[in-house]
Design a protein around this ligand. Structure first.
Ligand SMILES: [Zn+2]
Length: 142
């Protein structure tokens, strides 16, 4: 398996940098409007529910269910070649029905290949945190 730290990372931006800083500490935090308490992801300057600008970054449970998934058999970047085939999941977080995060299913290249199901409970796990370049993966809830 390719080291997480070998993967290209998104450039930091002012809206999402608290998310990445939390991941590097092994925490999953999501932006939330402090006016109406609506969670919002991707992070953005203005709440799409009340149009407020104030927000905070509380920790979330890290639990959710698979909303969709796809198995990738070809590497679009060479850093992912050793992980093939891998599964990317869209996870509906427990905090709010329309709060969706995308990530890789942990160890999804294992044999036999895991068969995710829509609605399958998953939880966040962190890889690469000790190297200072953390990423969230999702693993089936036992
Ligand atoms: Zn709001």
């Amino acid at each position: 398996m390719t080291q997480v730290t070998d993967r290209p990372m998104l450039p930091a931006d002012p809206d999402s940098s608290p998310y990445w800083e939390a991941i590097d500490r092994g925490e999953l935090r999501v932006q939330r409007c402090t006016t109406c308490a609506t969670w919002r992801w991707p992070a953005r300057a203005m709440c799409n529910h009340c149009f407020g600008f104030d927000h905070d970054w509380p920790a979330v449970s890290g639990k959710g269910t698979v909303a969709s998934w796809v198995r990738t058999h070809r590497a679009f970047l060479p850093q992912f070649a050793d992980d093939l085939p891998y599964v990317t999941v869209t996870v509906r977080l427990a905090e709010q029905p329309d709060l969706l995060l995308v990530g890789q299913l942990a160890d999804s290249h294992a044999e036999p290949e895991p068969e995710p199901e829509i609605g399958m409970p998953v939880r966040a796990v962190f890889r690469g945190v000790s190297e200072g370049r953390g990423l969230v993966f999702w693993e089936p809830e036992a």
